[in-house]
Every structure is written in C-alpha cells, then in structure tokens.
Design a protein around this ligand. Structure first.
Ligand SMILES: [Ca+2]
Ligand SMILES: [Ca+2]
Ligand SMILES: [Ca+2]
Ligand SMILES: [Ca+2]
Length: 265
C-alpha cells in the first residue's frame, strides 16, 4: 500500500480520523489502550496497568555507522481507523508510512484488540512493510526493539526467546509473548533494557548477539538482514499478547535472585 492508498483508506472509512503529527496518538479497544509518541509505542495499558516501556523500530543501510529510529524519517502519511465500530467505537489501528528520501519506504501497522474488562488479556498485531522504491539494489538491517515492564514494574521480570522467533516474558502476575509469524528473524537478543537501548545511540553498527534469556529489566530485539531489488518489498508480520499468569514466578525460583538494577533516567 502506498501513501495514497493510506490516505484514501482513511477518507473512505466513515469513523476514522487522520493525523500528520505522528505524536501523542492513542488507540483503544476493550480493556486496553496504547499510545504512540516520538520514538514509537510508549504505553500499553491493560485494565489500568501499563506493561510497556517502549516498542520501537530501527534500521541501518549497509555501510551506515549506526541504526536510526524510523520515527526520525519523513512521515508521508498516517491513518487511524476503527476496524470494529459495532463492538467498540474507538480507533484501534494506526498505519504510518515513512521514507528516508533515498529509496526506502517503511510502512507500519498496529492493531489493538483488548479483552473484556478485568480479564487482563490484550493483543496487538503488527505488520511492517519495507520497500525499495529506487532503481538499484538496497541492503539493510531492520530491527524491532521492545521493553516490557510487566505489571508496571521493571526489576522482577524474566524472559526467554525460543525457536528464534518467539519471545516470552513473565513476572509474578503477567506474561507477555511475541511471535514473529513471518519471516524468521536473522538474529535476536534478550538482555538488560538499559544496555540494549544503548545499541541504537552508540555511533556504531550493531549486530544482535543471540542471547536468549534474561532476568531483571528484560528487553529484547529481533534483526532482519534484507537485500531488496529495485521495486521489491519485504513484509514482517508479528503478534504480541499479554495474559494473566498467577504463579508464573514459581517457574523462576531456581533461576536466582531478582534483578534490582535501577531504571535509567
Ligand atoms: Ca474500534
Ligand atoms: Ca514486572
Ligand atoms: Ca548502534
Ligand atoms: Ca523491561
């Protein structure tokens, strides 16, 4: 879908609105809301508890010296839509199209589906399309970075990545999971959120290290190394869910003491 399709979609969807600001957008459905700010998604509130510190996308062209947040690119268009107006009249989907002005267009789509009040269940589906609009081949690495703080606190979580494409995170009452439906990432990393957030601002090209578990302020990232021929696109499809898990803490009793690292400023 190009920018014109997005704008047309917004225009023909009766209960939708459109923003070009790209800041301070909120989606809502059922027991859940999600907000999107200057760096990406910055909250996911389910039954009154904010479980998410950050969900961001970065990329690096071959030869670049660091990754950059896609929110730093030029926003060509953005559409908010209500895909289930008969069950919940709030906007539940955000579609954004960015360009680096040099042949790369990146389109993101988030759709939230909350559970019933008090269920502590919620789901967000994400699709990312990376397109080469130039006349020559482009190689790049694309990154997804996410920092859940389940239950609204960050130091008591643990997590693991299995199969190269499924990430799970737990604390004493909640679990979050993410499945990359397609395609399997090239690399992954789970680790300390403060350390991992530094990857994107350290002035060097980074490659994820394959670490698959962490205890404390858990964060994780997936990396796709992509070569796009002229006119070619690459589609990533993922799904995240939050569920209540009474007693999940028991699973980690042999894993050691809880992390106590202070949250970064
Ligand atoms: Ca809705
Ligand atoms: Ca927690
Ligand atoms: Ca870096
Ligand atoms: Ca965390």
């Amino acid at each position: 879908m190009n920018k014109f399709n997005i704008l047309a979609l917004a225009a023909i969807t009766a209960s939708s609105s459109i923003t070009l600001a790209g800041l301070g957008v909120e989606l809502g459905d059922g027991n859940s809301t999600a907000t999107f700010g200057s760096s990406g998604q910055d909250s996911w509130i389910v039954d009154g508890i904010d479980h998410l510190y950050a969900q961001e996308f970065y990329f690096r062209r071959a030869g670049d010296n660091d990754e950059q947040n896609i929110n730093s690119l030029t926003l060509l268009g953005q559409a908010l839509t209500d895909t289930n107006p008969f069950s919940d009249t709030r906007l539940d989907t955000i579609n954004s199209l960015y360009t680096d002005g040099n042949g790369i267009e990146i389109e993101t789509n988030y759709r939230i589906r909350g559970g019933t009040a008090g269920s502590n269940n919620s789901d967000i589906a994400e699709q990312i399309t990376i397109s080469n609009t130039s006349n020559s081949t482009i190689s790049l690495s694309f990154f997804q970075y996410v920092d859940f703080d389940l239950g609204g606190d960050f130091s008591d979580d643990w997590g693991q990545i299995t199969g190269g494409n499924v990430a799970q995170q737990f604390d004493d009452e909640f679990a979050a999971s993410e499945t990359v439906v397609t395609p399997i990432p090239t690399l992954f990393q789970m680790g300390d959120a403060e350390d991992m957030s530094d990857l994107w601002i350290n002035g060097q090209a980074d490659t994820l290290n394959g670490d698959s578990s962490y205890q404390g302020d858990v964060a994780w990232a997936f990396q796709w190394d992509i070569t796009l021929q002229a006119g070619e696109s690459f589609l990533i499809s993922k799904d995240k869910s939050i569920v209540p898990t009474p007693g999940s803490m028991a699973l980690m009793t042999t894993a050691g003491l809880l992390g106590t690292r202070r949250r970064r400023a």
